[in-house]
Design a protein around this ligand. Structure first.
Ligand SMILES: Cc1cc2nc3c(=O)[nH]c(=O)nc-3n(C[C@H](O)[C@H](O)[C@H](O)COP(=O)(O)OP(=O)(O)OC[C@H]3O[C@@H](n4cnc5c(N)ncnc54)[C@H](O)[C@@H]3O)c2cc1C
Length: 383
């Protein structure tokens, strides 16, 4: 039984079958589509390079039936009864021998007046990207609130189609709070090169509807008028079902390196997993596509009766206006940064407690591979 229809869920099915798992599988997802490649939503889909027909993880929908998976779309799991090993769903109760919680995240809401205006959208599901494309077809300019990767990618992709785009964010530069000033300057420069307006230190205070536009007010400084507003202020994990069953503390489900929760037969993977990483030697919770897939693969393999663990250093990539950043890191903080620019790109090294903790590269894949190995080896950070 799998709750969720994202990266971890899909990878779990594939691994379970590949490793000889023979039980039938039920997947419930509250999305209206079969698992798709979520990173496309703010990149190739918004630039117009691909269509919605090209985002599914499986080219052929019959793959699920061939794998013996009974898929329930637009079906929410509502509760887990651990003693009877049953999941309550909107389509009725489903018994399980093994259960994977892979409910991922949703876009964080912006708790300010007027945030429910129909011209305000957050991008998490394919339907959100479709709505954004519809809105921006005739409601411009575009205001992006938030300077995380989702906001930066969406801003750059829409700008590449000639739209007038401004970003407003509490940060002084994109990603500066999470990845430091050098990364902030790098991404900020890219947005500026693309002609995207930027206002830092701007805390959204509310929205007011005008006749043809929406006015975004900020705690300080002038309001900004827009046709469409994208709220990209982070993500919140979908842990309510796990929480009600006593499986989640705060925003995540604690699992061991093999994605097992404390309850036998119950696993968690992807954004909601707070996993003991055997190489890091501590718990990590990350929101990366590749790691959600790796964790789902581990869960499926272990459910099939084999051994596996999440051992890779976590990492992600981001495409911002045709430039690709790559990042590999433990992701839970740094206290030193070393910047190595070159004519082609840049490498930014992150250290913590005197050890290599992360690396971010632009046009330096060779450094990325070396950095990955140094981080995994807990190598000293060279200043
Ligand atoms: C626009 C966007 C772009 C991104 N780009 C990148 C990128 O370039 N690189 C990168 O590394 N990461 C990227 N990410 C992050 C990455 O997509 C996530 O880390 C990854 O999708 C997490 O996978 P998951 O399986 O944990 O959850 P998700 O992919 O979020 O899937 C969870 C699924 O569970 C469903 N669900 C939730 N609750 C229930 C319930 N109660 N019952 C039934 N179904 C439920 C949800 O609807 C969803 O279908 C991006 C994210 C977004 C939103």
């Amino acid at each position: 039984m799998i709750i969720g229809g994202g990266a971890a869920a899909h990878a779990c099915i594939a691994a379970y079958r590949e490793h000889g798992g023979e039980l039938s599988i039920t997947l419930v997802s509250d999305d209206d589509r079969l698992p798709y490649f979520r990173p496309h939503l703010t990149k190739e889909l918004l630039t117009g390079d691909i269509s919605f027909d090209e985002i599914e993880l499986e080219d052929d929908d019959s793959w699920y039936a061939a794998q013996g998976v009974d898929v329930h779309l637009m079906c929410r799991a509502t509760g887990i009864d651990l003693p009877t090993r049953t999941v309550g769903t909107e389509h009725g109760p489903v018994p399980y021998a093994a259960l994977l919680l892979a409910t991922g995240s949703r876009a964080a809401s912006l708790p300010v007046p007027g945030a429910d205006d129909p011209a305000i959208v957050s991008v998490r599901h394919a339907a959100d990207a479709a709505r954004l494309l519809d809105l921006t077809a005739d409601a411009q300019p575009v205001l992006v609130i938030g300077s995380g990767f989702v906001g930066c990618e969406a801003a750059a992709s829409l700008r590449s189609r000639g739209l007038d785009v401004t970003m407003a964010t509490t940060e002084a530069a994109p990603q500066v709070d999470r990845l430091g000033p050098a990364t902030g300057r790098l991404i900020g420069g890219w947005l500026s090169d693309l002609g995207i307006g930027f206002r830092g230190g701007a805390r959204a205070a509310g929205f007011e509807r005008g006749t043809d536009s929406i006015r975004a007010n900020f705690a300080e400084g002038p309001a900004i008028e827009a046709g469409t507003v994208i709220v990209a202020t982070g993500a919140t994990t979908n842990v309510e079902v796990a929480q009600a069953a006593g499986l989640a503390a705060r925003d995540a489900v604690a699992v061991d390196g093999s994605m097992r929760t404390i309850v036998p037969g119950v696993f968690a993977a992807g954004d909601i997993a707070d996993a003991m990483h055997p190489v890091a030697g501590r718990r990590l919770r990350v929101e990366h596509w590749g790691d959600a897939e790796r964790m789902g693969t581990v869960a499926g393999t272990v459910m099939a009766g084999e051994q596996a663990a999440w051992t890779q250093v976590p990492g992600f990539w981001s495409n911002i206006g045709g430039r690709q950043l790559k990042y590999v890191a433990w992701g839970d903080g740094f206290d030193e940064v070393r910047v190595r620019p070159s004519a082609e790109g840049v490498t930014i090294w992150y250290g913590r407690d005197g050890l290599c903790a992360g690396i971010l590269t632009f046009e330096h894949d060779e450094d990325l591979a070396a950095g990955d190995a140094l981080i995994a080896a807990h190598a000293p950070f060279r200043r």
